[in-house]
Design a protein around this ligand. Sequence first.
Ligand code: GCU
Length: 633
Amino acid sequence: MKLRLLLSGFIGVVAILSAAVSRADNIPDLFLHDGLSLNGEWKIIIDPYESGFYDYRHDQRDLSANPSRSETFYLDAKPIDPGERIEYDFDTSPSLEVPGDWNTQRPELLYYEGSVWYRRKFDFAGAGDQRVFLRFGAVNYRADVYLNGKKLGTHVGGFTPFTFEATQNLKKGANSLVVKVDNKRSQDAVPTLATDWWNYGGITRQVKLVTVPGKFIADHRFALESETTRQITGLVQCQGAARGETVKLSIPELGEELSAKTDTFGRAVFQFVPAQLQLWSPETPKLYDVHISFGSDSVTERIGFRTVRTQGKQILLNGKPIFLRGICIHEEFPLNGNGRVKTPEQAKQLLLWAKELGCNFVRLAHYPHSEAMTRLADELGVLVWSEVPVYWTIDWTNTATYENAQSQLSDNIQRDGNRASIIIWSLANETPVSEARTKFLSQLAARARSLDRTRLLSAAMEKHSKPGAENVSCVQDPLADVVDVLAFNEYIGWYDGLPEKCGKVTWEIPYNKPVFVSEFGGDARLGYHGGKDQRWTEEYQEDLYRQTLPMLDTIDGLAGFSPWILVDFRSPRRVLPGIEDGFNRKGLISSTGEKKKAFYVLQNYYQKRARAGNGVIIDTKNEVGSKTTEVSQ
Ligand code: GCU
């Protein structure tokens, strides 16, 4: 069980925090603790028939009392005598780099969906009276983890971290860590069978072995309650702590040196009003070094303090209206093979392209991106929409599916609860309206609010046309009553008519909530040129943006948008030869990292928005290349 530090919202802190429960057997995240990196070369066995897991009767060796050494891969066995039949050998098998998807590392694995066994050997000097954990940043999709032939656990979900305790199974000297990774899609999974992105399999983020004292810091959450009172509330969760033990908090730049005592659950609560506090914002992404110590353990995290809330149709950051100049981003890097982002440098490049575009906001689609990405967004001053992959036709009536979605949401909030950049938790994308779906998502919304009331909730809904009035666009979705920010995807000019339709459309969105257009766009193959009516050309995409922007400005309560998408990305659904070739081409940047003409249309618009200030309507009728008149609201 992972640590579920239910740090409800900070409003009415102590009364609510008592609801937060942390049980002694929970496993914390430990991202901030130093450890032995297990990144690098891992040996692999490609196992589409899962013969390393099931016998020829398809019975799981995993459960048998004495698994056969000959074919049970997680034993990492070697022949004891010349006559023994061992039908695998990691040492002489191929290898893969961790972190990294397998699809873009080996040509034969580009489309592979199945199981791959990973094996990493490492030496360990011994833990003494300390505890040792294995932390995985992410494994897509299911991971079965074995240490020295013993099962540590199974994790399902491809984009959130998980940690297993290794203390009892470690050996002094050589150890064998084996992970069975299975990326097969299934109807009851999250996401489900159909997605419009590549099903990258593998150990796609960092792996490390973390050693902590018997009494250690398991989790913490800090938040600014109000930009006027400037009160900061913090909660530190310790493990191995008795009631009344001292936890210290130090924020040197704020001159704060505080201590608090643990309660019976091992939690220490801090509340303080710093004399001088610079609020975090895209313009001033101020982060403070927050040092926490408990016994012989200590962690440091860089945290920014800001508030976000809605007021009628506006989003307020630190009490002031803000317009979200966004772009959608998949966790894929366009150079060296177009695979999953695997280094902080690649993540940073994506954010720098977004900033060059004029963005103050990114929608990290359609799943939690890496810890590096959200920490870089803190550093660079880019607001974030963070989403779980409840995407399209999820198995709404399946309890296990709901538990899976809830677990991914909880893990995402636990992992990134201290990220100033994240202002929106998104529950879903383009899910078809039904009673079961709305019940599922309403339950998920309640869960999110029980974990974090310091951020806004949204979901990318679909827009509809008013019955009998094709050019009147609206949102007819009961989920609109549940979320804080009313967001929807629209594809007028690509899936819905041609770009000229934009000039005919009016919008009816009768909600007193901020409106956010979470997707629009169209495909263009870089370097394919023609008339603006020639689909798939850069000119078509450019015209679609020119027609769309003025249309969006007519939406009452428009608080921002995030066009689909910053960079072309791989999708098995996109098969048009010479144009798509396995890529979705809606990027403003191509799969080779080059900007298309539409990039500059949006950049021009965002530059005008930024000059005009947040929450101000500007006239985009005379878009791009000609003088525009900017009028204040
Ligand atoms: C959908 C979906 C995206 C998809 C895009 C497209 O809105 O949210 O994941 O890639 O449209 O069709 O290009």
